[in-house]
Write a protein that binds this ligand. Structure first.
Ligand SMILES: Cc1cc2nc3c(=O)[nH]c(=O)nc-3n(C[C@H](O)[C@H](O)[C@H](O)COP(=O)(O)OP(=O)(O)OC[C@H]3O[C@@H](n4cnc5c(N)ncnc54)[C@H](O)[C@@H]3O)c2cc1C
Length: 717
């Protein structure tokens, strides 16, 4: 079962699956932005009454509670015959049952220049970014006249909120606001008394209304109307009637004349009962329904019921849209005007009522009640599933070594990879890594696993050559296994191919959980390979990527990480270390390792021991992934953390730093972590600049190598 979009109807479907899961059904949500906005509170956010998290539903915990997988991506088409969702940035996603709730956007198609010069209110994430830029222009005096096109409830409420916010922020700067509406009046589908009240608010605030005005074109200086009149403006906002996504037209599905997807009374696409849809994007065959959030919300439970009906072979329910709805529209301050069944009312109490209803709605999705069986006792995947250093050293201590002259780096002085002299001009480098998937996305997991394995070769300064894959697939229907395997190997192969590394074979078996690893070979010049040893007093220590994947992935498993934190962590894990290693050429590299399962502290201690020196690091300088501070403060750690804690005895000033809030992050196991590099201090700044240019925006000097043999940690400034 695949859901595309997390509009107002789909969040109800996710909640329904979270409260009452359906055994044997695998649910996948494909969503462009993981924080899904609630448009009813958008004007309140613009006006400054709400924060970002107040008006967004976090789809991460919700999807996880529904037992689903979350793919952050944009659907760009459907292959109906092969039952595939085509995505912007990943292989096609197969479905047996599909549900669409991707909303709409303001119609700008017939207006010259609107796409370039107007700011559409949807998609809302894009609007929020552009509104911030607009606000900055107003505050600097670059813009003074804001014009909004669209006289519906969304446009009226938005302009009043924009006006309140900008006048408040810009003080007594002389600002002008205009609303342009094609209809004879604003709010054409609302009762006359409601319109009158809003016109009075506009008049009291000096906001001009230009009704009966049809915009023909938009340009840098304002808009031109169909009667060739000009309205000069510095900013043009666009909230006209809804238009559907353009790609629907290429799917072959039945659409109405406006391009909206036709659905029957049970919300099934006409002629395709395996595709359901709701919200602004549909054209309801049995009758007209307004394109408003109220109706999308009301469709949610019917959609959920009919998805269940389809899965269990039961009869679907009819969606019976209500005849009238309660509308509460704010005036930009803490005041609102409402209407229901032709009656209108107004007051600060109406805003408080709206606020209460909206917050209660959001809490239904952002704060799910605990369920029986919820547990914090989970074993991590990724590098959090690695066996601790102590267990390894105990188990392998007495293992007899086979001495071979061609093994230059092996068991006796272990490093990130083994180095062999095979007699050619270069040396051969070998490494292996393998772990359970820490995420529910086979394609991205493939990328992460390949990146993680390649990290060992890059830490040695080696050029990757070949890869053998080892795969474990959980039991499941053959077609699902095949599609997961294909997606995972495609992800892995993209990373390997980028590294110039040929996938030459592998082995696949069945097991309890999805796991992937690679045995890699690479080559390196006889004098140019890096080791963990070799650090010199006076070197700077540089970390190329932020840390925190262990705690974030552990929090995600418990449904306690924001989806945007997890997606950002995934972006870091899929970011190759290749460019960081290539940028080292020309620098005096003394030592390198890649930071993985033993955490920053464990890997640094290995370098200290191997180099026979000491080191000092500053906590405040260490780059940290968004959200990791919060999850570690809540005590959420990877299952490997306790094993990593056994190494902390080597910290010289442990008593002073142990209780610092960020200290546990030093022990956090990293999956596909960055490189830790020791370079002479006078070269370090230049290398960090090179890293920033190469896309490692968080790379930083985190400390220095010292005399002695201990590690000191300072809190920093
Ligand atoms: C300023 C403003 C205020 C409004 N206020 C109200 C109000 O108070 N009350 C009311 O009833 N209505 C209001 N509306 C109307 C309301 O916004 C829409 O009717 C409602 O959002 C439609 O819901 P939906 O479920 O169809 O889709 P949406 O809420 O628009 O959600 C669509 C979802 O699909 C995702 N998506 C889109 N395309 C893709 C893709 N290709 N691939 C993957 N994901 C995708 C988006 O990220 C989003 O999560 C307002 C509109 C505006 C502009």
């Amino acid at each position: 079962m695949v859901l595309v979009g997390a509009g107002h109807a789909h969040v109800a479907v996710l909640r329904s699956f979270a409260m009452l899961p359906v055994a044997g059904v695998r649910l996948t949500l494909i969503i462009r932005e993981v924080d899904t906005p609630y448009s009813g509170m958008l004007p309140g956010f613009v006006a400054g009454h709400y924060g970002f998290d107040d008006i967004h539903i976090d789809t991460g915990p919700l999807t996880r509670r529904a037992g689903g997988r979350l793919y952050q991506d944009e659907a760009i088409g459907l292959d109906i015959a092969r039952r595939l969702v085509l995505c912007c940035d990943r292989p096609p996603v197969p479905y047996d049952l599909l549900s669409l709730d991707i909303g709409s956007r303001p119609n700008t198609s017939a207006i010259v220049g609107a796409d370039s010069y107007a700011i559409p209110v949807k998609p809302i994430d894009g609007f929020l970014t552009r509104f911030e830029a607009l606000r900055a222009r107003v505050l600097t005096g670059a813009s003074r006249h804001v014009l909004l096109v669209g006289g519906g409830a969304g446009g009226v409420e938005l302009l009043l909120s924009v006006e309140r916010r900008l006048r408040r922020d810009a003080g007594d700067r002389d600002l002008r606001f205009t609303l342009v509406s094609g209809g004879n009046d604003i709010l054409p589908s609302f009762p006359a008394a409601f319109r009158t009240r809003f016109r009075a608010v506009f008049a009291a605030r000096g906001i001009e209304i230009r009704s009966g005005a049809h915009v023909l074109a938009v340009d840098e200086g304002g808009v031109t109307l169909t009667d060739q009149k000009r309205i000069e403006a510095d900013e043009v906002l666009w909230t006209t009637e809804a238009a559907p996504s353009r790609w629907l037209a290429e799917t072959g599905l039945a659409l109405d004349s406006g391009g909206f997807l036709r659905v029957d009374a049970g919300l099934h696409a006409i002629g395709h009962p395996e595709i359901l849809a709701a919200g602004d994007m549909v054209s309801f065959d049995p009758g007209t329904i307004p394109r408003s959030g109220v109706y999308a919300v009301r469709a949610g439970p019917v959609l959920a019921a009919n998805i269940r009906a389809r899965l269990s072979g039961r009869q679907p329910r009819r969606y019976r849209p209500q005849r009238d709805a309660l509308y509460l529209v704010s005036t930009g301050d803490t005041h609102a005007i409402g209407t229901r069944n032709g009656i209108t009312f107004e007051g600060d109490w109406v805003w408080r009522l709206k606020d209460r209803i909206d917050r209660r709605f959001m809490a239904r999705f952002n704060h799910l009640p605990p369920m029986p069986g919820d547990t914090d006792d989970m074993r991590c995947g990724g590098c959090g599933a690695k066996v601790g250093a102590l267990v390894l050293s105990q188990a392998l201590a007495t293992l007899p070594r086979v001495a071979r002259a061609d093994v230059l780096v092996g068991f006796d002085a272990p490093d990130d990879a083994a180095v062999l002299d095979t007699g050619g001009p270069d040396l051969s480098v070998q490494t292996v890594d393998y772990f359970r998937s820490p995420i529910d996305d086979p394609y991205r997991f493939g990328m992460i696993a390949a990146n993680h394995s390649l990290g060992d070769l890059y830490a040695m300064g080696a050029e990757p050559r070949t890869a053998l894959a080892i795969v474990t697939l959980p039991h499941g229907p053959e077609d699902k296994l095949a599609s997961d395997l294909a997606a995972m190997m495609q992800g892995a192969n993209e990373i390997l191919a980028d590294a110039g590394c040929a996938l030459v074979g592998g082995h696949t078996g069945e097991g309890a959980e999805l796991a992937l690893g690679f045995a890699l070979t690479g080559r390196v010049g006889r004098r140019s390979f890096y080791r963990k040893s070799g650090m010199c007093p006076g070197d700077a220590l540089i970390l190329t990527k932020p840390i925190g994947t262990g705690t974030l992935l552990a929090a995600d498993m418990r449904g306690q990480a924001r989806a945007r934190w997890v997606q950002a962590a995934i972006r870091h894990m899929t970011h190759s270390n290749r460019a960081a290693a290539e940028a080292l050429v020309g620098f005096t590299v003394h030592a390198v390792t890649d930071v993985t399962g033993f955490g920053l502290l464990g890997h640094l201690l290995e370098m200290i021991k191997a180099s026979g020196v000491g080191a000092c690091i500053e906590l405040d300088r260490i780059p940290i992934l968004d959200g990791a501070r919060e999850t570690i403060a809540r005590g959420i750690v990877s299952s490997m953390q306790s094993q990593n804690e056994r190494s902390i005895g080597a910290v010289a000033n442990l008593a002073q730093v142990r209780l610092l809030p960020l200290f546990p992050l030093l022990l956090d196991p990293q999956t596909a972590g960055g490189l830790l590099i020791a370079l002479p201090l006078d070269e370090a700044g230049q290398y960090v600049v090179a890293l920033h240019h190469a896309g490692y925006a968080h790379a930083a000097i985190i400390g220095a190598v010292t005399e002695g043999n201990s590690l000191t940690i300072t809190p920093g400034t």
